[in-house]
Design a binder for this molecule. Structure first.
Ligand code: DSN
Length: 425
């Protein structure tokens, strides 16, 4: 068969883009070569519906061992009793949990998307807001922080069946113990979606939801630095208080409910090539080097935040405890929008994403914010010393947004900086 040069040339172009640019999208990272190798392996050819040693297809002896290793390593990494590594993404993981524990129309309470939450936590354009009945908590306008007393008031008023914590652009930590107390007081299940900070949580650098939340979901490709995918975990398995009963009239065990909600509930055959890549990434995350990496991600984020503040930028909540920050551009002047920032910076090969800010006044296509994260540049080897240079490049680019010549000069500076930090050498 003829090699598809059209596609491979485009892949080469993307490799060049990733190599030359500064990657600040908070949800992206660079996987190791061995993770990529597994993701591109012959395992993509195998059908394996079911779970290890309980499959609906023959020839699963090898993938059984791979998937079991992935499960065992993940359980060790988060010190949890149960895990499912099959969800194709974080959204799929959340869909499976909701299918497993809710009935259509049931009430859910999540962190408002426009304040930093996620589509799958009840947004009206997502299955979670269409199939269930959502209500939301947000941050306070003056502090940019979630007030746990307010969450409690809303939970007591709404009486949700499921409370969801976790975010895609909240730069502070979560009080999981308090959230569990709130959930218990209203008889709700508590789900933590730790997609963004999971790599930092795994190494004890942020509060750990596993002892407090009934169920924990995550993606595997952000701070966890694995292939694109999802996972579901439970610190301790338990009997599902509301779900279907077994033949003896006893509540079903939650692990069985969730396994069934992933397959056959919301997915078909698992992606065993991606599960192998997850297993490798979990193995990498178990090493002491990964703890150094996680610490440096936070040090870099805090240094970048300080450098941005020193240049007159305003960060929601005033700073960061994790890998990301949300910058409110409204304070910089009316001409600055998230869209302008994203489009200007991409001309210099600095990749960020526009983001709504809490109490947003512009449309989601324009926005007033930009989200910056340090997970990817830390993998490239950048340290806190380089964060002021990056803030300076961002600031100069935004100030010169109308001057393409100046932007092309800044792009050369970006390439020169990143050439010192090779990707996949
Ligand atoms: N799109 C992801 C993010 O950028 O945070 C969330 O799904």
């Amino acid at each position: 068969m003829q090699r598809d040069t059209l596609i491979f040339d485009l892949i080469q172009q993307e490799f060049q883009r990733q190599t030359e640019g500064i990657e600040l999208i908070a949800s992206e990272n660079f996987v190791s070569k061995q993770v990529m190798e597994a993701a591109g392996s012959v395992l993509t050819n195998k059908y394996a519906e079911g779970l290890p040693n309980k499959r609906y297809y023959g020839g699963c002896g090898v993938v059984d061992q791979i998937e079991q290793l992935a499960i065992d390593r993940l359980k060790e990494l988060f010190a949890c009793e149960w895990a499912n590594v099959q969800p194709h993404s974080g959204a799929q993981a959340n869909a499976a949990v909701m299918l497993g524990v809710l009935n259509p129309g049931d009430k859910i309470l999540g962190f408002d998307l426009s304040h930093g939450g996620h589509l799958t936590h009840g947004s009206l354009v997502n299955f979670s807001g269409k199939l269930y009945t959502p209500s939301f908590y947000g941050v306070e306008e003056d502090s940019g922080l979630i007030n746990w007393n307010t969450v409690e008031e809303i939970a007591c008023r709404e009486k949700p069946k499921l409370i969801i914590c976790g975010a895609s652009s909240y730069s502070r930590d979560w009080d999981y113990a308090r959230l569990r107390a709130i959930s218990d007081s209203v008889g709700a299940l508590l789900l933590a979606d730790i997609s963004h900070p999971s790599g930092l949580i795994a190494k004890g650098l942020l509060n750990n939801p596993i002892p407090h939340c009934h169920i924990v979901t995550s993606t595997t490709h952000k701070t966890l630095r694995g292939p694109r995918g999802g996972i579901i975990m439970m610190g301790k398995d338990f009997a599902n208080p509301w779900g279907e009963k077994n033949a003896k009239g006893e509540p079903k065990i939650m692990s069985a409910v969730l396994d069934g909600a992933v397959f056959p509930g919301t997915q078909g055959g698992p992606l065993e090539h991606i599960i192998a890549a997850k297993a490798i990434a979990f193995g990498e995350a178990l090493t002491p080097e990964f703890e150094h990496y996680g610490k440096q991600v936070i040090v870099n984020a805090q240094a970048l935040a300080t450098s941005m503040v020193n240049r007159g930028y305003s960060i929601i909540s005033g700073g960061t405890n994790n890998h990301l920050m949300l910058i409110d551009l409204r304070r910089k002047g009316n001409e600055f929008t998230g869209k302008l920032a994203e489009n200007t910076l991409v001309k210099c090969d600095i990749t960020i994403n526009k983001n709504t800010v809490p109490f947003e006044t512009r449309s989601p296509f324009i926005t007033s914010g930009m989200r910056l994260g340090t997970a990817a540049i830390t993998t490239r080897g950048l340290k806190e010393n380089q964060m002021d240079t990056i803030a300076d490049l961002i600031d100069r680019a935004l100030i010169s947004h109308h001057n393409d010549l100046r932007l092309s000069e800044i792009k050369k500076e970006v390439h020169a900086l990143m050439s010192q930090f090779p990707l996949y050498n």
